[in-house]
Design a protein around this ligand. Structure first.
Ligand code: SER
Length: 332
């Protein structure tokens, strides 16, 4: 007998990952089977017109419950979160959205007999005491940001729900994600996205971390692939649940600028570190993602050169057509 169609809900669907993940899920599982949700920010016409959309507030349980029942949801991709930079400016909001939001999603999943939940973690789960290079799957998790605290607590809470209630919760520790559709909203790795937009539009960029700052990163197509593949993985092969290290590449800000200069030789990058330098310094240079490779066949497709070529092609075309919607912003 054919398996019943999944009824999927995404939180944070207006955000950087959520906006593209919604479209990927609609493509894969059917437009009407994927409910996009957001909090206040209006969805793009593409998101709004391709399938159902509702406003919720993940820190208010009743707003989740209402749409879960209305759409008969059995699978959730929980993407709404306050990122590291904004989290340091407003730690209370970060705790409320990230912690209460995750708890409410897990509780709604139990009460509504859901089959599978995706809740991503982040490299922000690591801290200055963690080994910096090729950071292992099992290691010291002592983050120094509120965002990181909520990510570690979120991983532990998810694993608790797996063991205690048999809920199928999965997630990976994403590195910095680079994309051209929706800009990230206030993270530490945002410079690796902004640099492309500014290189195309202004031919110069002032980076808020030092030139030698090295972090693990991933291009959006691989980020989407990680979520889709992990959620389709055979549960009998999984020894981990919500904390898989995943990575695609590692580069310093200077190496990123040099790669862009191969395409835009006149591009100039300057460096004026702000408060996010300390956060970046507390995160790994590179990750060991062998557990994800072994347990569910994780394999990224893009390296720095392939990603840069693609990003610049798309953004340059948009700029030439007068459609590059980007304005330089001041520090957070
Ligand atoms: N990209 C995120 C941030 O910088 C890390 O998960 O906050």
């Amino acid at each position: 007998m054919a398996k019943e169609m999944k009824k999927i809900m995404i939180t944070g669907s207006v955000g950087q990952i959520g906006s593209e993940l919604t479209m990927a899920l609609r493509e894969k599982y059917g437009n009407d089977n994927v409910l996009a949700t957001g909090h206040r920010t209006q969805p793009s016409p593409e998101l709004r017109d391709s399938g159902p959309f509702e406003f919720i507030n993940v820190s208010k349980r009743e707003t989740i419950e209402e749409v879960v029942k209305k759409y008969n949801i059995d699978t959730i991709y929980h993407l709404s979160a306050i990122l590291s930079g904004v989290g340091e400016k407003n730690p209370k909001l970060c705790w409320d959205v990230n912690m209460n939001g995750t708890y409410n999603i897990l509780e709604a999943a139990i009460d509504n007999d859901m089959t599978r939940i995706f809740i991503p973690s982040s490299i922000a789960a690591f801290g200055p005491e963690t080994p910096l290079d090729n950071t292992p799957q099992e290691t010291i998790l002592r983050p120094k940001t509120m965002y990181g605290v909520t990510k570690v607590a979120g991983e532990l809470l998810c694993d608790y729900y797996v063991k205690r209630f048999g809920l199928d919760v999965r997630g990976c520790r994403y590195p910095g994600i680079i994309s051209y559709e929706t800009l990230p909203g206030g993270g530490t790795t945002d410079y690796a996205v902004a640099i492309y937009f500014e290189a195309v539009k202004y031919k110069n960029y002032t980076c808020f971390v030092r030139e030698d700052t090295r972090l693990p990163m991933m291009y959006m197509p691989d980020c989407l692939k990680a979520a889709l593949d992990l959620m389709e993985a055979d549960s009998s092969r999984l020894k981990h649940y919500s904390d898989f290290n995943v990575t695609a590449m590692s580069f310093s800000a200077g190496e990123l600028a040099a790669e862009i200069r191969k395409h835009i030789p006149e591009f100039v990058c300057e460096y004026e570190p702000d408060f996010r330098q300390e956060i970046a310094d507390s995160w790994p240079n590179s990750l060991d993602d062998s557990a994800a490779r072994e347990e569910w066949g994780w394999e990224p497709s893009y390296d720095l050169a392939a990603m840069t070529k693609d990003m610049l092609e798309v953004l340059s075309k948009r700029h030439q057509e007068g459609k590059l919607d980007y304005e330089r912003t001041k520090s957070l």
